[in-house]
Design a protein around this ligand. Sequence first.
Ligand SMILES: [Zn+2]
Length: 410
Amino acid sequence: MKYILVIGDGMADDPLPELGGRTPLEACRKPYFDSLCERGELGLVQTIPEGFPPGSDTAIMGIFGCDPAKYFSGRAPLELAAGGGVMPEGGACYRCNMVTLGGEGLPFAERTMLSHSAGSIEGEESDELIEWLFAGPSFAAMAAAAGMSVRPGSSFRHLAVQEDADLDGIVLAPPHDHLNEAIGPILPRGNANAEALLALMERANALLERHPINEKRRAEGRLPANGIWFWAEGKGARLPNFTARYGEEGGVVSAVPLCHGIAALVGLEPVSVATATGEWDTDYEAKTAAALNILARRGFAAVHLEGPDEATHNHDLEHKIYSVECLSERVVRPLCEALRARGEDFRLLILSDHRTYMRSGAHGAAPVPYMLYDSREPRPGCGLAYSEKNAEGGPFLDSGTRLMELLFEL
Ligand SMILES: [Zn+2]
């Protein structure tokens, strides 16, 4: 028996007028996914625990069986673990996004959050900019005074590690939840350390605004990476071992450090694919092949697709739909067909980790549909396609931490 988890990040949504009152899941063409769902179980799961901000960090921790209420201490420490990074005693880790701030010339607090990803900036340019910034004498002196160093992330997702960090009362905002808003109300606040972070962000903007890479990006019609944004703070992370609890070893195929970090912390193998992008244009075939490669050696494989979530943050409905269609036809279909050809029985769980709303571009905490398929087809299926509404008539799981018990029949 093989056990497979497929996460379509942020694919669940609300009905949209431009889709005639349907959700992207209802409007897209996903015949293979739906055929499995019809023969499987469809229900709703509350992946975001009450009182937690909706996001992949808490949702995916829960999906891997770790209760966020017990184990969550910020997203950045999870990502730091992905690269084998070590947190200094008493230190903290932050996400340090490359962002695009609109309204050049306005006071800093009146600038707007145009893009949380600097227009999905390419890894090479992003790394060059952040290394240039932290190496420049004026910024380096400020960063050193704050005990801050950077780990380039090969995308918009850099990390910053701070020694002796005070997180008490600090409030940092996820930039993807505030697109096109003025940044004044969401700037770091709450304690003296927040002031230091804010000063670094403001100086970074002044230095990056007219960097030659950004001038080139503007000339080519791309968004400049003219700001950095600290958020997702945390002090450390230890998670319970996956294999000890569920009895299988395995790996997690993803393009995002968060998933690799959670995988590493629960004792699963983080698997990267060189041609994966974390966007709608990722290399679906290579990710599928990587999962099949894990399943040739181990009992469990997860594939995480960030495309639907990023497309939604970018207000790109066409590619949100496209990403889900690719999940069905270019990941799930070849994965299942290959396992059937190998004569393997399998249980497959597919879900959206959290909702991401086209209407706002932000995450939502409402329950999400999950689909469980067993290739032995032991019971009559639900007879329904995978969608938010269809899932309402099925079982309701009050916590994402119950999903692995369901997948592994515990
Ligand atoms: Zn997201």
